[in-house]
Design a protein around this ligand. Structure first.
Ligand code: BGC
Length: 256
């Protein structure tokens, strides 16, 4: 029987969850979205995650995609959530509140796993960059299908400033940037990524993925660039996929 895992995608504005069939990448229940509590502290946010698990009456594995550097369950950064997340073991906290085994990885890393398995990056070898444009800018980087975790290239300094503070979808909304202006900023950013890493494919995720044709004419780069196919579900599905292989296994540097 196909394994089902509860995928939870944590964002700066919403926390979304649904059970996922990890063989097919399909949701087996309707997605639930709850507003990210403010302040976005570990206690408040993990209460929301537990509420999602309770809603689905969940007893099995849970995979979480979280907007920070995550190593062995612990957060090392907190760009768009409360700084008290730094040093917190999110995995242990969610396990305590849900009673379920939990695996937690970076949100963009998770979204790319789903696109590589089922979406715009299916079967792609070489180096693929999944870029999520949301409250922040997230990057998942894959080489021949394998994830290089926690790259945090959404904080690249372009023109003297952290690019996330100039070109995220959140900033675009706040400043009401036109497609042309946003495209110009993103072009600068993608060109910098090209100059340093020479990827073979960019996949663009986040809300813009379903109106990518409006942005595309203003992106001037040499690397092929395509919108994510799983739209706003990639984060949930990818979080579940990551949990499939990770629960019960330790992450990080291992002895040979
Ligand atoms: C965080 C990343 C995250 C991205 C997208 C950034 O602010 O530093 O870890 O992947 O936002 O949510």
């Amino acid at each position: 029987m196909a394994e089902e895992i509860l995928g939870i995608d944590v964002g700066g504005s919403g926390i979304k969850g649904a059970p996922v069939n990890v063989q097919t990448g399909e949701l087996t229940g309707e997605r639930l979205r709850i507003k990210t509590p403010q302040p976005a502290t570990p206690e408040a946010m993990t209460d929301t995650m537990a509420e999602i698990a309770k809603h689905f009456n969940w007893k099995g594995k849970i995979g979480v995609g979280f907007p920070a550097v995550v190593k062995q369950g612990t957060m090392y950064t907190a760009a768009n959530v409360d700084p008290s997340w730094i040093g917190t073991n999110g995995q242990a906290l969610i396990e305590k509140k849900t009673g379920c085994p939990v695996s937690i990885i970076n949100d963009a890393d998770a979204a790319g796993l789903a696109e590589l398995r089922f979406g715009a990056g299916k079967g792609k070898m070489g180096s693929v960059m999944m870029i999520t444009l949301g409250t922040g800018i997230g990057v998942g980087y894959y080489v021949d299908g394998r994830l290089v975790p926690n790259t945090e290239l959404g904080h690249l300094i372009v023109d003297g400033k952290d690019i996330e503070t100039r070109a995220s979808a959140g900033v675009r909304e706040k400043k009401d940037l036109s497609w042309k202006k946003w495209g110009k900023l993103l072009t600068e950013y993608f060109q910098e990524l090209e100059r340093l890493l020479w990827p073979d494919l960019f996949i663009i995720g986040g809300g813009v993925s379903d109106e990518f044709d409006k942005l595309a004419p203003y992106i001037e780069i040499q690397t092929p660039i395509v919108p994510a196919q799983m739209l706003n579900l990639a984060g949930i599905v990818g979080a579940a996929l990551a949990a499939e292989g990770e629960i019960g296994r330790k992450r990080g540097v291992k002895d040979a």
